[in-house]
Design a protein around this ligand. Sequence first.
Ligand SMILES: Nc1ncnc2c1ncn2[C@@H]1O[C@H](COP(=O)(O)OP(=O)(O)O)[C@@H](O)[C@H]1O
Ligand SMILES: [Mg+2]
Length: 391
Amino acid sequence: MENNYEPVVQAVGLTKMFRDFWHRPKARAVNGIDFEIKPGEVVGLLGPNGSGKSTTVKMLLGLLYPTGGKVTVFGKSPREVETKREIGYLPEESYLYKFLTAEETLNFFGSLFNISAEDRKRRIDQLLDMVGLAHARYRRVGEFSKGMARRIGLAQAMINDPAFLILDEPTSGLDPLGCREVKDLILALKKRGKTVLITSHLLSDVEDICDRVIILYGGKIRAEGALDELLTVSDKTRILTPQLPKEAMEKLLGLLRENLHGEQFNVDHPRRTLEEFFLDVISQARRESVETAGVSGSGGIAEYLVGDKEDKNAVLNSLLQETPVEEKTAAVAAAVPAKSSADEKIASVLETEKTAAVSEAPATARSGDTAENIRRANDKLDSLLGGKSGE
Ligand SMILES: Nc1ncnc2c1ncn2[C@@H]1O[C@H](COP(=O)(O)OP(=O)(O)O)[C@@H](O)[C@H]1O
Ligand SMILES: [Mg+2]
């Protein structure tokens, strides 16, 4: 394998053995796995429940220490503070302070990364729109449905504009619309050059967004590869044509019979996926402004139908308008190649904020003084819990 890039993740013989109270080996959750993630890749870590996905992820994050082998993230130990700064993490279970509102939650996590109050506010506006929670800004996250909790978790993982996102079961608890939106969001992040690792036990949820998948079972890698390679049946051929007139079809079938010498072949109509069909039905209903109150049994659907898509388009549209976000934007915008898409626009906005955040942070606050950051974060949490907001 050529190696003219620095891998985002490199794991060699990575192993995690859990021991019981008496220090006896209890479970070999991850058993000597080797893998690499390249910059800009979207990689799916797939496997049934208990196969070792979350344990692997926690080792990448430095939350669990490997009992064997080695893992580096951006060439460094996952335990280094500098490494953590570049990573966004959506935990399998969202660890949300249930008495904070959506806005306060993002504000809190933003303060952990030393993002200035002004930049925090701007990012929170954009993130809440992006994940379709603008309408729930002042609602306490304790009241959120599972899907909403996933969304706020995703926003939280993105508050520091990380280069590498680790999403543990990002689509769990989401209905098909929510699922599609999360997938589109991940694709938009990929376009912006982010590296993404997604774990899932629902294969269809990752099939259309991953460049590559790693299939874990019993703590070992059972299969790995680019989706195209893994899923293409290369010893068969399929020809897709518009509807053929009867004579043409007869001719074609004759030709096939002649050439296949008795081998079986199939002629059928291609099928859409159930997801495509479902999303079509829903968007049709929305175009006809069908009243959705009657089908709000699941809680999530009505909300998506009345809110999200509109909100998201509104953000994209507002981002596409040629109004600079701040005077600071101008300088950076010049360095960004001709912007035509919303993604690029978002990219340039976040890039500007990154630059701004760095230049505004006092020099001393940038490295080393983690204790100080934690103290400030605690103060912040105290003030948020005490019902006050902001600085
Ligand atoms: N803290 C722990 N202590 C003991 N065993 C654990 C612990 N965490 C996970 N395991 C075990 O390790 C295995 C892998 O778990 P996990 O990584 O959570 O799987 P997945 O995320 O693929 O569902 C399971 O058998 C699980 O019971
Ligand atoms: Mg898990």
